[in-house]
Design a protein around this ligand. Sequence first.
Ligand code: GDP
Ligand code: MG
Length: 689
Amino acid sequence: MSNATDAIRNIAIAGHGTTGKTTFVENLLFLTGAIPRAERVESGKTVSDYTDEEVENKISFHTSVTHLTWNDCKVNLLDTPGSADFVGEVVAAFRTAETACVLVSGKAGVQIETIKLWRRLEARERPRVVFVNKMDEEGADFQRVLDDLSQKFERRFVPVVLPIGAGSGYQGVVSLLDNKAYFKQDGAAEKAGDIPSDMADAVAAARAALTEAAAEGDDELVAKFLEEESLTPEEIMRGLKNAVRDLKVVPVLCGAALSTSGLAAFLNVVTGVCPSPLGVQETVLDKGDVESKVAISPDGTFSALCFKTTIDQFSGKLSFIKVITGKLTPDTELYNVREEKKERVSKFYLTQGKKLEEVSQLVAGDVGVIAKVGSARTNDSFGTPEKPLHFKPLALPQPVHAVAVEGAQKKDEDKLGDALHKVVEEDLTFRVAFNGETKETVISGMGELHINMILNKIREHQKIEVNTRVPKVAYRETITKGAEATYRHKKQSGGHGQFGEVSIKVKPLERGAQYSFENLIRGMAVSKGYIPGIEKGLHEAMEEGFLAGYPAVDIGVELLDGKEHSVDSSEMAFKLAAKGALKDAVAKAGPTLLEPVMNLEVFIEENYLGDVLSDLTTKRGRVLGQDQLGGGIISIHAQVPQAELMRYSIDLRSITSGTGSFEMAFDHYSPISGRIADEVIKAAQAEKE
Ligand SMILES: Nc1nc2c(ncn2[C@@H]2O[C@H](COP(=O)(O)OP(=O)(O)O)[C@@H](O)[C@H]2O)c(=O)[nH]1
Ligand SMILES: [Mg+2]
């Protein structure tokens, strides 16, 4: 096997849940002799679904990395999870692989997650191929799926294989690239043979279409094709390679992964048509966030990016890296660019699922694992102190599901905190935050499944009980009109008294402006030395809130006047006077609560539209628009108060029988009044008591 960068192919295997990705990878490993036999997902023994939670649930939660050899190329396969709960793992795979293979079911065609991951691939401008799987299932229809793809996505889809039969009559595929038929053999590799005679016309037509598409990948070939109306097989390969790299063409294949069918043709496309890492541009962030590019190349000093971290009970911390320039050898000094720290790394590995295979070098473009590198975190760049390249980190979507957690027993709190922070190191879509306002530890992630997986793992490994509840909403308080107040703080107790008087004016500021302070006192009414005390008092009052104990925002304060006493005045007295003045002024200024409002995008199948919309209405949502994404899939844009979305992951699942999914991000704060505000204030008072 060649170790050269141009002989590597990194392929992310992505698709809607249960389209057969894990089975596909398993059978590719089997076909190429990397494993002696292919296991079924249901057995819990596949190479790429190996964690306890995957074995137990029979679905993929993590991206796992496997590799095989075909046509003298090293092919790295990154098997990704299909569920939106684990999108972070998918994004990491898309960042790492030069090509994505999108699996769709021959029966179901394009599904909701297919659309969502396609959009991510478009944003990354990643070359891709489509594999139409499960051609052996009743109802599978290659042409229908092809039409479905063309209708939903603005790309040119070109078949490079044709199925022989479908459903129970499915026998294998015809490869248009080498003009051979590959017949499926149950439990064994496919058998090459002649193209069935009744398919001659269909094959000729498909081959002509493929030739035309390939020609367009290369100006020279276009000219030749126009003249001679044909290309040699080598020319077709070359043209197709360019067309795929430039996103002019998306090759479409098909097969039945479960019976190792269609996989040889797929691997021929991977090695012959899909781009190698060599020369692919990686984005580097220079100082001041200026972006520049570095080409993947075996030349130069070693640099790499960490795209995934796992913490294994036995092997400790494993950092998955992709080498960008140079190579990693046992002599390489590893330098963590973020930490500005040198690290030792004596051993590194290739992975075959959970199996680690020690290697003596990792060359540019390859992916592997370095073990027990203390400072390494996902998104870290490694290089040399002389040339510390900081590769652009993965951009991950915002968490959509949050719960408040606490140890069932007080003594478990520290253990829980440590365990949660470990997860953060592994998983960039998972966050832990202590909310000082609500006094809650809030964890958030990409869905209920994601959060439950994490908590179950902690419960099991740490042997602690963890309680969860719906988190409190981080409300804010503000005013709606201007007002003035004067407050005198005066105490006469024994010897020294306390005296300070402050007159202020408050006015509402623009949303998001937070706070402003202006000292308008002319003359000497208050000594300069007391002004910091006044400001402190105002700050404290803003933090403590006026209605329900939430921080006040978007209030401008003008200090109009004040009085001091030559003996009894102090910074403390002015602080208390300022606090009192602000409280009195706010009470006259139409105080109101603000609630966070989220931007929501919901993806659903058409038949659930009515139910989803009416649910959004009961959640006080404002629907901004709908997009027909084609083929009965709709996306809805809406703005909805966060208070109503705390359990949306669960609600949407039940409304859409598990098919819907959504993304959301904070948008703005909006005033609330009436019954809803009263309830928030009442709840806050009850909490206080
Ligand atoms: N009939 C049929 N079933 C398949 C095929 N490929 C996968 N499956 C089954 O589909 C189910 C989901 O497969 P899995 O590989 O876990 O899908 P993933 O969620 O995309 O990784 C399993 O029961 C597989 O055995 C196929 O080509 N034909
Ligand atoms: Mg899977």
